[in-house]
Design a protein around this ligand. Structure first.
Ligand code: 4AD
Ligand code: MG
Length: 435
């Protein structure tokens, strides 16, 4: 179908007041009242009410109206006029209406459905105003991430998905056949490759899908999720903590600036987000354990914070909390030991407020060849697939640090979602691979 000369998008109707426009979209809802018919049409940018008055539209349009079922696709023409009571502030005085395809009975009616049913129909669920709002916020965040790093001179590096080795421990690896009897693993993190790129370009970042065969059915876990990662040559832990904080302040500011309509659609209160300002509170792991103990939650030394611990801690503050210097025993092989207390790693986790838990994990990296080789052995990792990574410590090794931000965790917190599965278009969970 050719593009109509007066095609308009619902989001921009204010620019067309008084003009005749064509809208292409889908029927969200309809109703009748005497000689007047109302259609609610969505086009992906918004929802507009079209009003058909007998005598003012073609008789055929009235007949077509009767045929329209929920989610039927259609084209409508009409005059744009201000209507304060209409969603968006404008409505269309419809002059013509042509259905393109009459939808079969739509499985997702406007009443409430259970989550299992909605997930099974995720391909259709995406059309709901709530899901659209979440996806628009996600889109804005990704763009803002790129802007943040581009403004600071970082270079985007796309890291591979097929990898020969583990980055974040062998228990959560997805393995796949790779031609003649070789195995490949789906990337758990772009970090190791990003470290190589940092030695080439200095300040780098990546943003891509990552995979964890995590047998967790929590509201925070996906088996496929998107991670934004950065790596900075010559940076030590302190510098990367400041960078992580600056990133979050920037991202929150950006969505508050540009996505208030979407937050409104989600009924997400904005005050908690408006409170996200520097400086963020910081606790060492040791201090965090003390706070937990005071709150009646004992954490044995050496154990990573559990989801419950994170919730207790993060609810003590109105902004994200940085916990640093965890015991090395509960963290990844590549983290550098704290020279002050070598049992500790020079690492950070950022916990979101409102009980959303860890959104960022990062560290200073071990830059000494012999120590790193010993670490691989401690973690029972084979050395051969990591030779290239060890080379970074053979040829001009420098201190360097980085972190990774879980995109869906961030979206969940910002949108106040109950579960990360709504923060990604097509969630991959332990028990979900369809659609
Ligand atoms: O803490 P993680 O495992 O850190 C890394 O992968 C580092 N290599 C990153 C780096 O330093 N470049 O993961 C980073 C973040 C977590 O803080 C969390 O937000 C998110 O990724 N994440 C998950 N999100 C959803 N589902 C999962 N199963 C996740 N696992 C981690
Ligand atoms: Mg982590």
């Amino acid at each position: 179908m050719s593009k109509p000369a007066n095609l308009a998008y619902i989001a921009n109707l204010a620019e067309h007041q008084g003009q005749s426009v064509t809208i292409r979209g889908w029927l969200y809802n309809k109703r009748s009242s005497g000689k007047v018919r109302f259609v609610l049409v969505r086009d992906g940018t918004g929802i507009v009410q079209g009003v058909l008055v007998k005598g003012q539209v073609l008789e055929t349009a009235f007949e077509q109206f009767e045929l329209l079922s929920q989610e039927s696709s259609l084209v409508i023409q009409g005059q744009v006029r201000a209507e304060p009571r209409a969603p968006g502030g404008y409505e269309l005085a419809v002059t013509d209406l042509q259905p393109l395809h009459i939808a079969a009975e739509y499985p997702i009616s406007l009443k409430d459905h259970g989550v299992a049913f909605l997930l099974e129909h995720r391909h259709l669920w995406l059309r709901s105003p709530r899901q659209q709002a979440i996806l628009r916020i996600r889109d804005e965040i990704i763009r803002a991430c790129r802007d943040f790093f581009a403004e600071r001179g970082f270079i985007l590096i796309d890291t591979p998905i097929f990898t020969p080795a583990a980055c974040e421990g062998t228990t959560t690896l997805f393995q796949t056949d790779y031609f003649d009897e070789r195995k490949a693993y789906l990337s758990q993190s772009g970090q190791l490759y990003l470290e190589a790129a940092a030695m080439a370009l200095g300040q780098v970042y990546c943003c891509g899908p990552t995979f964890r065969a995590e047998k967790s059915k929590t509201r925070r876990h996906l088996t496929e999720f998107w991670m934004l990662e950065t790596e900075v040559a010559f940076a030590e832990l302190e510098e990367i903590m400041a960078l992580a904080e600056a990133l979050i302040v920037y991202l929150v500011g950006r969505v508050l600036d540009r996505r208030t309509a979407e937050f409104q659609a989600l009924e997400r209160p904005l005050e908690p987000l408006q409170a996200i300002k520097s400086p963020f509170p910081r606790l060492s792991y040791t201090e965090a354990r003390q706070r937990l103990a005071a709150a009646g939650q004992e954490l044995p030394w050496g154990e990573d914070l559990g989801g419950g611990d994170e919730t207790v801690l993060s609810e003590m503050y109105d902004r994200p909390l940085i916990v640093h210097r965890y015991p090395r025993s509960c963290k990844a092989f590549y983290m550098k030991a704290d020279p002050v207390d070598p049992q500790l790693a020079l690492c950070l986790d950022m916990l979101a407020p409102e009980g959303y838990g860890e959104i960022i994990g990062g560290s200073q990296r071990e830059d000494d060849l012999d120590t790193l080789v010993a670490r691989l052995q401690e973690h029972q990792l084979p050395q051969a697939p990591f030779e290239w990574y060890l080379d970074l410590r053979r040829y001009g090794s420098v201190p360097h640090s980085g972190f990774g931000l879980g995109l869906e965790r961030l979206v969940s917190w910002l949108c106040s979602l109950k579960h990360v599965r709504e923060a990604i278009p097509f969630p991959r969970l332990m028990d979900r691979l369809y659609p």
